[in-house]
Every structure is written in structure tokens, then in C-alpha cells.
Design a protein. Sequence first.
Length: 371
Amino acid sequence: MRGAAGRRLSVLVHKELIHTLRNPRLRMMIVMAPLFQLMLFGYAVSTDVRHAPVLLVDHDRTQASRQLAEALTGSGYFRIVERSDRASDLVAALDRGRVLMGVEIPAGYARDRARGTGATVQLLFDGTNSNMATVARGYAERIFARYAVKALPSPVTGGIDLRERAWYNPDLLSRNYNVPGVLATITFMICLVLTSLAVVRERELGTLEQLMVSPLRPGELIAGKTIPFMLIAFGDLVLVTVLALVWFRVPLRGSALLLFGASVPYLLSAVALGLLISTVSATQRESYLTTFLLFMPTMLLSGFMFPVSSMPAFFRWITLANPLRHYLEIVRAVFLKGAGLSDLWPQCLALVLIGTAVLALAATRFHKTVR
């Protein structure tokens, strides 16, 4: 009996793989969608500040003020696109969005710096994009702090030697943070779409009832509808991982075995959700809409775009039932921190529990819907 069940299941899995991969639209979604999103998040979606436009108002016009401006532009983070003698021009440039930052060096800057009494420099930022303004402010403060230490007339003794260092992502590249997250979001979306469409398409064509009266058992039918799409999503996971390492040079400091092992319960959760969507959708169009209706809040509550710690307590509790949140923590920790199973077992356990619960609910709903 076990041999017969295995043969029936293998035939159904083979049939689903052939049916899916022969569809040109699904084939494009499976191959091109991960590549497109990876390139989009790797290059276009970036929180890094590079060559940010700056307006400089230099009232001092001394060698010291010019050295300060050179320190700002020499970092590569900023470029001076406008210069003026009037502070009103700085305000106008910020109001019209021509620059991200305005720098005003007051008269007497060089004199105050030479005396050691403390020279002041005013920085104004366009806070329309609060994230970019925060990053630019951090860069500018570090640049000026380093320059101030080098420009001191004499070494300071008895003070605090403050040295900052970012662990795990020393260059603070958003690419190293975004690209691993794409692994999770792409595979999640593919599992949802493919699983829900496959079952709804069978129902529309009337072949689902034919499968139910075949020798296939209900458990074999559910396995045959989930295993193929887990295999396809796993293939996309491997593809995106290789591109992240080879093309984007994202460091993989942890174990690839742990990464792929934790992917199994995560993909199980995703295909179970797709199966659950198929039970409430009568047509493929309705399945599409339901999938994206579920995908957007799942992504927003995962920590992919916004940190979970900054959310209200109510939403933080909701995220505990989100498999995407737990898998994102695993992916980023494995890639950037080199974390092991001893550090990530709570997230792995959460994925196993969520995957088992959602699959049980989806299987129950699936049986009732078919009947």
C-alpha cells in the first residue's frame, strides 16, 4: 500500500509540475519575477545616501571653511550643487526641493576654531523624506566630528575617546539588508499565487472532482497540490541566494544548511495559506485579488520595510503569527550575523507551529469545500 500511495503521489506531483512549467505565463512569473524584484531591491530600492545635493552658504570665506566643505564632499555622500552668500537662498532651495541639506558657515568660524572656543556650523535638512534626512544627518555629523578631531590645535587629554563601529554590516549598505529580505518575500508570493491558482483552476475546469473520485486519498491530493509548488519555490530560493552571493556580493556568514532547512516549514506555511485561499475563491481572478489582499499586510507586518519594534503593541502581537516575520529574522541573521540554530531556534519553532496549524486548517477547509 505504501508503494502504491507513493506512486500515486509521484504521478500527481509530476503532473502538477508539467502543467505549471508548460504554462508560459506561470513560467515567466517563476523565473522572471524573482530576478526583476531582486534587481529592483538591489539597485533601485536603497536607503543609502550618495552624492546628496547640498547648498553651501559660507560667510567666513577662509581656508578653514573651504577645508570643511572639502571634507564634506570628499566623503562621496554629498556634493555641493549651489553656493550663496545669503541664508535666504538656503531656505528657498530647501523649500523648492533642490537640495537635501543646507550648510551655513558663520563669519568668524576660522577664528573660533583657532581659539578652541568652539566653532559652530548650521545644518538644515529637507525632512520630507524622513528616512533619507535621518541618514544624511548621521553621515554629516560623523564627517564633521572626524574633521573636528583632526583640526584641533592641540590634542585633548582627559576627555572621552568615542569611536563608533557598526557590527555585521560595517558599511551600512541597504543592499545587504534588502536583498536577503527579497528571498523571503519572493518565495512567499510565489507559493501563495501558484498554490491558490492551481486548485481554483482545477475547480473551474471540473477536474478537481475527477481527482476526488480517483484512487487518490484526500491526504495524497493535498500533498500533490503542495509539494510541487514547494519545490518550485525552493528552486527560486536557491536561484536568488546564488545571485545575492555572486552578483550583489552579499556576505553569507552563517550556515547555508540552516538557511535552507528553515525554509522548509516556511514554504509549508506559504503553500498552506495558498491552499486556504483556494477554499474561499471561486475563480482565478478572485484568487489573485485575495492573494494580494493577504500579501500586502503580511509584508508590512513582517519587518521587511519597517522595524517591528517601532509598531504599536497590538500589531507586534499580531506579527507573532506572521511566518514572513520569523523567516526574515532567520535570513538576515544567517546572512549578516552568522547566527546558528542556538540563536534562531525560537523562530524555527514558530515556523514549524505556524506551518502545521495553517496546513491543518487549510486541509479541513479544503475537504469541506470539495464536499
